[in-house]
Design a protein around this ligand. Sequence first.
Ligand SMILES: Nc1ncnc2c1ncn2[C@@H]1O[C@H](COP(=O)(O)OP(=O)(O)O)[C@@H](O)[C@H]1O
Ligand SMILES: [Mg+2]
Length: 252
Amino acid sequence: MANALVLKKVSKRFGGLTAVRDVNIDIPHGERRALIGPNGAGKTTLFNLIAGDLPVSTGRIFVFDQEVTNMPPHQRVKLGLRRTYQTSALFNKLTVSQNLYLGVLGPGGGKKHFDIFNIAESDISRMDLVYEVADSVGLSEQLSVKTSDLGHGQRRQLEVGLALAWNPRLIMLDEPAAGLSAEERGVVVSLINKLERSVSVLLIEHDMEVALSIGERVTVLHEGSIIAEGTPSEISSNSLVQQVYLGGHLHV
Ligand SMILES: Nc1ncnc2c1ncn2[C@@H]1O[C@H](COP(=O)(O)OP(=O)(O)O)[C@@H](O)[C@H]1O
Ligand SMILES: [Mg+2]
């Protein structure tokens, strides 16, 4: 499998504002890529385009060498594409295991979630998967905890768990460490670093330390355009990137 993700001259305009401009990205399968940039740089918009939550204005998107530019989100999910949202998208009244159970049901369409016979058939293997995912994100002890009672860091762990449920191949994480304590950040960073190489990772991150400790390569977005791309050490010594940071735009 050559490429997890390829973007060719992808742009997104909102009226007069070009939020994403001619972005080219090439992520080989298995890579951990960090996407950094100031608030308003277009990072979340780019995720929305890749996931299919928003249509591109121009350009083409390929996931695992298949063109997805005009594909609806649920079909992209079937290719193994997963994302987390900057604001939490969990079922608060459900427990951790109930959230994960819905996750492992996969993108079969709304109907399947209410087809009790279909669910019962492979219930046991699905619960095994729930336990496995909970373990991989460090939530085995919290399976019966109501999601609204989880701590900040644990919510992020659960969000990553949901992204991991059901055959993930490329997961996109939108600021998974934002608002966490140093200790909670450490847990999230280590669980991302422990992900199998069969899962490619694209991570939006404000915190430079987190970005550099996860990303093997770093792409820097500024006012919708890519201004630099390279290894963490290349990026931290890049003068244009430093200029943007010193300009006070980048909150890293
Ligand atoms: N749905 C939308 N409609 C109009 N403007 C939007 C929309 N989503 C984002 N924007 C604008 O696009 C720009 C990029 O936003 P965003 O992608 O959220 O940046 P980032 O995630 O890098 O902080 C911002 O100026 C934002 O106001
Ligand atoms: Mg954002």
